[in-house]
Design a binder for this molecule. Structure first.
Ligand code: ZN
Ligand code: ZN
Length: 595
């Protein structure tokens, strides 16, 4: 197909004069853009060996860059150079898929300056200097023979002392919560060196000179980690605290807005999304209240209502949550539900599912456990032939009380919504579609808000299509689930920008989002350690809903839900604002054709 187009352009050039020069240029550029992308990705991995190992590129496993001033300058120069090369391409002549890649690269490079010169996480987040994971990626890469892996590790170890010496220099008024996290994680990361790596060394066929040298490096590494840890402890945590010891964990409105723009890549500002979430919360409360009215008699008979909206909703939720599967059939029940979801999607013509790619539900492998629950594990871009699994962790390790609490959270209704989100037609279906238009750029720089937004959108879309039948309970539990997404956004913005106290956070999560204390406390911690990421779910969902309404309005009777879904997903994991642009353009083009 590509060859034919090229050939016809060459023929056209032979045929006439001026105009074709431009056409030929276009062809050359299309090919150049492929080469540009692949050169850019190579250069990016070379620049970021640790990210490379995490993404499955193991050419630079032996390297460990020192986070010093020189490296900052290199990063800035890298961004400038590649932005210049990128902008030399004529955007308008690129294919739709390449246009999105263009945006993703441009956005990523443009953000470098913000992270290096403004956000400066390395100055105040001591937990960003944790090398356990980086070394795990190297020693765990099974495609390299053990001896090769150990050689890479050995070279990488050479730089650990300098790395931590630099880390100490970089830290300038850290936050307390990140400092505590660092101390805790550094202690844990030591086992990576003095157990995992030494065990691997013992199993290898390396000679005794190598082994001795290696063991000595491990000793130095442990000393460097201890020294860094002690520095954090004595310089900050043990010191009599005054207002200058720590900085606030709240990054404030300016940095937050910029980080939101950089990571979420939304058409809306952080503040607009926050306001939309607040409005959505009020709306959800009204809907939940109505459903709790309808369910009251079924669960409470003649009992008098408490007279307070939140209390009434909570009481009904508590009763409905008692309907759950037995702990031993948790995995089985999820496995049984997948074909039911497939059937529903097909019967209602919601989106085409590839029958050749059935989802494999398995018990989460031991080494991946730690967080309970369910997750999709998909092969990375460099390991595309590997299987995709739906991992479900059995409740073996829970005592009676923990299991009961977990099962109430994932009661019969919520469990189905979870399966929609994770599997069909949520994350798994999106993944199958995005693999149909493979782009390394999109796999590496894919937009988290679009990915999460799609999964959240499908929950609502399935219920709109009638999933759950006339069970009022399903609606109530869906709203509670959706409320979590909405409140994550409110909480994140509230804590980082609006000075929410712990009490404010607990009020929001426990009273207004009906969460258990343990869940709310975990969220309070997470929302102080990270910024912006908690907004991705609601923002993506909100923008997809907006886009759908916009198209419905424009197309009227021509709007087709199935086509909308398939076209939306055909662009890959790109920010919704760019998909919107291309979908609207296509609509205008087809209008002109029919006109
Ligand atoms: Zn129970
Ligand atoms: Zn998700």
């Amino acid at each position: 197909m590509k060859k034919l187009i090229y050939l016809s352009l060459v023929l056209a050039l032979v045929a006439c004069g001026n105009q074709q020069e431009k056409t030929t240029e276009t062809t050359v550029e299309v090919q150049d853009f492929e080469k540009f992308k692949s050169d850019f990705i190579d250069a990016m991995w070379q620049m970021n060996p640790i990210s490379a190992s995490y993404q499955g590129v193991h050419d630079y496993d032996n390297q460990l860059p020192i986070p010093n001033e020189e490296r900052k300058q290199l990063q800035l120069q890298f961004a400038t150079d590649w932005l210049n090369k990128l902008r030399a391409f004529d955007y308008e002549t690129l294919s739709e898929a390449d246009k999105i890649d263009f945006h993703l690269i441009e956005d990523d490079l443009s953000n470098t300056e913000f992270y290096v010169n403004e956000f400066k996480g390395g100055e105040w987040n001591p937990s960003s200097y944790n090398l356990g994971g980086a070394f795990f990626q190297v020693i765990n890469y099974q495609k390299h023979p053990l001896e090769k892996r150990l050689e890479n590790v050995s070279e990488k170890l050479n730089h650990v002392e300098a790395y931590y010496a630099q880390a100490k220099q970089n830290i300038n008024q850290p936050t307390k919560v990140h400092t505590k996290l660092a101390v805790q994680q550094l202690e844990g990361s030591k086992s990576m060196f003095n157990q995992t790596l030494l065990d691997s060394l013992a199993k290898s066929s390396k000679d005794s000179a190598f082994k001795q040298e290696f063991a000595a490096k491990i000793e130095k590494t442990i000393a460097a980690i201890n020294d860094y840890k002690k520095y954090l402890q004595t310089t900050f945590l043990d010191k009599a605290e005054d207002s200058t010891t720590f900085r606030s964990f709240r990054i404030g409105e300016e940095l937050y807005s910029k980080k939101f723009a950089a990571e979420i890549q939304s058409a809306y500002s952080a503040k607009e999304i926050f306001q939309a979430a607040v409005a959505e919360k009020e709306d959800l409360h009204q809907k939940m209240y109505r459903l709790s009215e309808m369910l009251w008699e079924k669960y409470f008979g003649e009992q008098e209502k408490p007279g307070r909206i939140f209390e009434q909703i909570q009481m009904v939720i508590n009763e409905v949550a008692k309907t759950h599967v037995h702990r031993d059939s948790f995995v089985t029940s999820i496995r049984q539900q997948i074909p039911e979801l497939v059937a529903f999607v097909n019967e209602n013509d919601l989106i085409t599912l590839d029958p050749n790619k059935p989802l494999v539900v398995r018990e989460t492998p031991e080494y991946m456990r730690g967080f309970a629950g369910a997750s999709i594990s998909a092969p990375g871009p460099y390991d595309a032939d590997a299987e995709t699994y739906y991992n479900v962790t059995p409740l073996d390790h829970y005592n009676e009380e923990e299991a009961e609490s977990y099962l109430r959270e994932y009661n019969n209704y919520t469990l189905q919504i979870l399966n929609i989100h994770e599997a069909i037609p949520g994350h798994y279906t999106q993944l199958v579609y995005s693999n149909q238009s493979p782009s390394l750029i999109k796999s590496i720089m894919g937009n988290g808000a679009m990915i999460e937004g799609w999964a959240v959108y499908t929950e609502k879309m399935m219920l709109e299509a009638g999933y759950g039948g006339d069970q009022i309970e399903m609606g109530l539990m869906y709203y509670k689930w959706n409320l979590r997404t909405v409140c994550n956004t409110i909480l994140d913005y509230g804590i980082q920008v609006l000075d929410y106290s712990e009490e404010d956070a607990m009020q929001l999560l426990m009273k207004e989002a009906f969460q258990e204390k343990s869940e709310a406390e975990g969220k309070w911690r997470r929302a102080r350690l990270s910024q912006v990421q908690l907004c991705s779910y609601f923002t993506g969902y909100y923008e997809i809903m907006q886009l759908r309404s916009e198209l419905q309005e424009k197309m009227g009777a021509d709007f087709d839900l199935k086509k909308f879904h398939e076209e939306f997903l055909s662009y890959g994991s790109a920010p919704v604002k760019y998909i919107r642009k291309l979908m609207l353009k296509k609509l205008v083009a087809s209008d002109q054709k029919t006109a």
